[in-house]
Design a protein around this ligand. Structure first.
Ligand code: FES
Ligand SMILES: [Fe+2]
Length: 342
């Protein structure tokens, strides 16, 4: 599935960048192949416009912010949050023509991030119930660019068969490659997936898990939010530590994602510091990135065209494909894909 070719994907919210990035002025971001400019408006809320001035096409992201509005770097035309041009400095005595505007997109701040939907969103921004809930702290762990697609990221996120191989250097048990099987509950916009995974607990993970045992169990209460957000709801059974991760695999273009990772913990800094938590998850994320960047980015969703025999642990990935294909077809689309495919 080539994400920039599937119109329906424009109707979901995507996490683009931390709000803090906008403190220094406007920033460009390409979402589903569409160049955007983002900035922080006068009310503190983020704004997203087409990154192309309607005068002589200069990128507005090269401009500056004055009174919460964006000023084009080329001739100073100024645009408000609705995309309307409100000032043409060279013609101060004439009214600005109504046609002088650029496209504006739905844009909100949530969980400390800027979220954008290119077209009328089908669903609200996914709910992260731990955010702001008593007893939880939020840690921004990672904000990275990966050469892969959202579906590759999402299928990997529910693939318990890769732990023993990809993550053998930390929690994966190489000697025990039989994967844990998820119990899956499907609903209209994704699914819940529960399983129990035995893992290694090396010294670097002791304060993360709260245990010094060499092997421990993770109870995973995961969720897929169609199309590109996932919850990794990990609870260490013996200690009750919550290590809840949310990832957004935001499609930049057909072969690139912006990966955002938030962590929620039900403990505090003296139990396990932010630095320790980042140091624990960083190599795991890097291992996933390395293997995913070694796959074809274009993951097909029409499984009728696939010849392989699937393992039981491939079921969440297959369900995602079926649900994505149904969504496309409900909206009159078919899958657009590369010639050379998985
Ligand atoms: S190109 Fe933007 S003001 Fe001229
Ligand atoms: Fe992984």
């Amino acid at each position: 599935m080539l994400v920039t070719k599937q119109k329906i994907l424009r109707r979901f919210w995507y996490a683009l960048m931390p709000m803090s990035v906008l403190e220094d002025g406007p920033r460009p971001f390409t979402l589903l192949g569409e160049p955007l400019v983002l900035w922080k408006g006068a009310d503190g809320q983020p704004v997203a416009l087409e990154d192309r001035c309607c005068h002589r096409t200069a990128k507005l992201s090269k401009g500056s912010i004055e009174d919460g509005r964006i000023v084009c770097a080329y001739h100073g035309w100024t645009f408000d949050a609705s995309g309307a041009c409100v000032r043409i400095p060279q013609a101060p005595d004439k009214p600005v023509p109504k046609a002088c505007r650029v496209r504006a997109y739905a844009c909100q701040e949530k969980y400390g991030y800027v979220w954008v939907a290119l077209d009328d969103p089908l669903q609200p921004i996914p709910d992260f119930p731990e955010d702001g809930a008593p007893g939880y702290r939020r840690i921004f762990q990672f904000y990275q660019t990966w050469k892969t697609s959202p579906l590759r990221f999402m299928e990997n996120a529910f693939d318990s068969a890769h732990f023993s191989y990809v993550h053998r250097a930390n929690f994966g048990i190489y000697e025990q490659p039989r994967p844990s099987i998820y119990e899956i509950k499907e609903d209209a916009w994704g699914f819940e997936a529960h399983t129990v995974v035995p893992v290694k607990n090396p010294p670097a993970g002791h304060r993360v898990s709260g245990s010094t045992q060499p092997f421990i169990e993770r109870h995973l209460y995961n969720r897929w939010y169609m199309p590109s957000v996932r919850r990794f709801g990990c609870i260490y059974a013996d200690t009750g530590k919550h290590h809840i991760i949310y990832n957004c695999a935001t499609p930049i273009d057909d072969s690139t994602i912006a990966l955002a990772q938030w962590l929620y913990r039900n403990d505090d800094e003296s139990d396990c510091s932010t630095e320790e938590l980042i140091a624990w998850d960083a190599p795991i994320v890097e291992e996933d990135r390395e293997i995913l960047e070694a796959t074809d980015f274009d993951a097909c969703i029409d499984t009728a065209r696939r010849a392989e025999q699937h393992m039981e642990s491939d079921k969440p990935g297959l369900l995602m494909r079926r649900m994505m294909l149904e969504l496309l077809r409900q909206h009159g689309e078919d899958e657009v894909y590369n010639e050379r495919r998985a």
